[in-house]
Design a protein around this ligand. Structure first.
Ligand code: THU
Length: 141
């Protein structure tokens, strides 16, 4: 999936982004938790990067889906990521963990799209998920 931002269509449809995140989640490496998560990072140039959770026998070395999606985008040269969508296949609550919220803040994520357990999607502002954030602007220049 790709898109070009325009005034009339600022980003892909939320349901399409969640579908892409769900499709990515089928490739999650989650042998320990069996909780498969997928995420897509929507770059400011329109490219879309998928990620999955990648677990490890040393549990603390696990990487979240949001983190690997962001890393894929950044590795391709992206620095601004206005939107991230997250989906999980084995549960209903895919609200991003605290560490992922912080990672998103670094790259200017404004909107996090998750599935609504009641159906459809929910759009959550990162400012609500991570209030009073410490970010790049917090450091002296
Ligand atoms: N997980 C994510 O991928 N994203 C989150 O925001 C929360 C948790 C993963 C990490 C681990 O592989 C599994 O879900 C259970 O915590």
């Amino acid at each position: 999936m790709s898109y070009k931002p325009t005034m009339s269509e600022p980003r892909p449809d939320a349901a399409d982004l969640i579908a892409a995140a769900r499709e990515a989640a089928t490739r999650a490496y989650a042998p320990y938790s069996r909780f498969r998560v997928g995420a897509v990072a929507v770059a400011d140039d329109g490219r879309i990067f998928a990620g999955v959770n990648v677990e490890n026998a040393a549990y603390g070395s696990t990487m979240c889906a949001e983190a690997t999606a962001l890393a894929a985008a950044v590795s391709a040269g992206v620095r601004r990521i206005p939107v991230v969508a997250v989906a999980c296949l084995d549960g209903e609550d895919c609200s991003p963990c605290g560490n992922c919220r912080q990672l998103m803040g670094e790259f200017g994520v404004q909107e996090v799209i998750v599935e609504d357990p009641a159906g459809g999607t929910r759009s959550l502002p990162l400012s609500a998920l991570l209030p009073h954030a410490f970010g790049p602007g917090s450091l002296p220049s």
